[in-house]
Design a protein around this ligand. Sequence first.
Ligand code: PMP
Length: 381
Amino acid sequence: MPYFDYNATAPIRPEALAAVVEAMQSVGNASSMHHPGRQAAHRVDAARRQLANLLGCSPGEIIFTSGATEANNLALRAAFTAGSPLITSPVEHPAVLETARAVTVRSPEDLVLLPVGGDGLVELDALDQVFAVRRGGMVSLMAANNETGVLTDLRVVAKAAREAGALVHTDATQLIGRLPVDVAELDVDLLSLSAHKFGGPQGVGALYVRRGSPLPHRPLLVGGGQERGWRAGTLNVAGIIGTGAAAEAAARGLGEEAERVAALRDRLECLVAGALPGCRINGRRDQRLPGVTSITFPGVPADAVLAAMPDVAASEGSACASGAPTPSHVLLAMGLSRADADSTIRFSLGYATTDAEIEYAAQAVKRAVTQVRAALAEADG
Ligand code: PMP
């Protein structure tokens, strides 16, 4: 089945699958002192180095978690102090937005949402205006949007935040393993990621904490003191080893792979736009992830289009919010009407996407949209 939902989850990479299966065949708690325990700890260390290589950081700057949701919670809950601003944006993933709302529930004036343009870019000039009135606190802005792929210029964020004495966190869940990254260059204090977005197993993520960053030690989970006291609980040894294998595989030729995926995405957009004039691509096109396109088909409900092409796995708005019949908060924040937001489909591609899948999907979308339009016209007539 042509798979176009890499932003929800990517297929596990063969290297990661093999590593997980192999790891699950060995016994060993990474905290135990005997030989199997030491062996497990040793392999976790190797995986930590593999992930650190993908990020350009040192292994000691990584805290393994259960995913990006936990990493975002840990970052925001540790860094936020009532009375200081928590600056974020309305297009963040709920894992940031809901955490930001939760920590500021007793001091709502501390939550500052920056404006977003029609192109999906957060208006970073507004940061200086906020800092002119209130200094310190923290900024949390996503590196790449999960629905549109729009990228944030984190260096601009970091520069403004440093001058104002604020910590910088980024939810980089959609960026890591999709474009080459060097966290030192990004100059952020904290960065969240999730392994399953780059071909690792689900249920494993990490928070990068820059060495020397003045983050108060406030773990979410206390207990056995694992992860240098930042995240108690027996390590998910097999998941972490699979994450390391996926990170190593993703890092290999990442620049060329990003170009290949961008060319496939551009081809899909070109075929769809050529076949269905009137459709609109959402988000700043020259500042996006390579593998994502968000396309609005005005007047054509996305759920009907998706139902008319059951053999193509794409998603309506954000898959993370699926189940709830609410329109995409990201598209609404960009100024789309509710009707247009409900007529938008996200296609997300990745390392295993082929030319043939693109050709197939373009044909399927053309047929499905035409079919839904005809059914609507008939119902109207
Ligand atoms: N942040 C972003 C930008 C995401 O796309 C996702 C996954 N949809 C998450 C956080 C949450 O990741 P996880 O479900 O793996 O915790």
